[in-house]
Design a protein around this ligand. Structure first.
Ligand SMILES: [Zn+2]
Length: 288
């Protein structure tokens, strides 16, 4: 959590979930009132997490030296899912159930077994216009807005179906000003979560931030916004298909305008099944 504070993601040290304790790795992942019941859903849990006496690292080391690799994978899978939920609470104000977090953890572990089968997207040429997604797919355009002159950053996302119809649009004002790369990464996360919220199963994510798209496609979790990329990669598992592609700024105008709207109006707003009037002309222009 100290690292999170130093990344300026948050200045708040108290646990965002139970609000009862200072947030530390051990608290967030093991001891929090929310986390313990998740650990109890692991049927073969070799650690007695009902009475945590060890630190997170001690627990990991114990499993590493005394248990099969499978147990360690579950241990990290559950820890990751708890952290994912914690981020969901922080960024979206919405908390999953213990059962949902456990399910995400199981998916993480299973996916790690299938990791060798992952296919890596090919580099594709930049489009010459905004293109409709194929039938059955939804396109999610995202963009972030930030300024060196200060003020809060913001993100915008718009989802359209294969006929070009607007399914949802959203813009969100963030609580601080962040670097351009970080805001673009948060915008992508915002778009992924919006699609998740709408239970869409096949999505094409599009951003004009090449570095961010590359970082996600390369699973580059070691960079400064690596923790957010990790959440994005994790969230991707909840879709039947979720790909990330780069587009030019010119064909990402609608998301750009949404993000700037949030910054100008200093507010967050969601639209479902309607096109916000201030982007109607841009939406129409995309389809020409
Ligand atoms: Zn807590």
């Amino acid at each position: 959590m100290e690292a999170i504070c130093s990344w300026k993601i948050s200045n708040n040290w108290s646990c965002p979930i139970c609000k009862k304790a200072l947030e530390s790795i051990n608290h967030a992942l093991l001891c929090c009132d929310f986390s313990s019941p998740v650990w109890n859903l692991w049927p073969e849990n070799p650690l007695n997490t009902r009475e945590i006496r060890w630190s997170f690292i001690d627990s990991a080391m114990f499993l590493l030296s005394h248990h099969p690799q499978h147990d360690l994978e579950y241990f990290f899978g559950i820890a990751w899912a708890i952290w994912y939920n914690r981020n969901k609470v922080v960024h979206e104000g919405n908390c999953l159930s213990h059962q949902q977090v456990w399910q995400i953890a199981k998916n993480v572990v299973e996916d790690s077994y299938n990791a060798a089968d992952w296919d890596f997207p090919q580099l594709r040429p930049l489009p010459t216009k905004w293109n409709l997604p194929p039938p059955g797919f939804f396109k999610v355009n995202v963009d972030g807005a930030t300024s060196n002159l200060g003020g809060n950053s913001s993100v915008g996302a718009i989802i359209r179906d294969y006929t070009g119809q607007v399914i949802a649009a959203s813009c969100k004002i963030l609580k601080a000003g962040y670097s351009a790369d970080l805001v673009e990464t948060l915008a992508l996360l915002h778009g992924v979560m919006l699609a998740q919220e709408l239970h869409l199963s096949r999505v094409l994510m599009e951003s004009n931030a090449l570095a961010v798209i590359q970082a996600v496609n390369d699973k580059c979790t070691g960079c400064s916004s690596g923790h957010i990329i990790q959440v994005i990669l994790q969230s991707r598992n909840s879709f039947e298909s979720c790909t990330f592609q780069h587009t030019s700024r010119q064909f990402n105008q609608v998301a750009h305008e949404l993000a700037h709207y949030a910054r100008r109006a200093e507010c967050s707003q969601d639209w479902r099944g309607v096109t916000p009037p201030f982007i109607a002309a841009l939406v129409q222009a995309d389809q020409l």
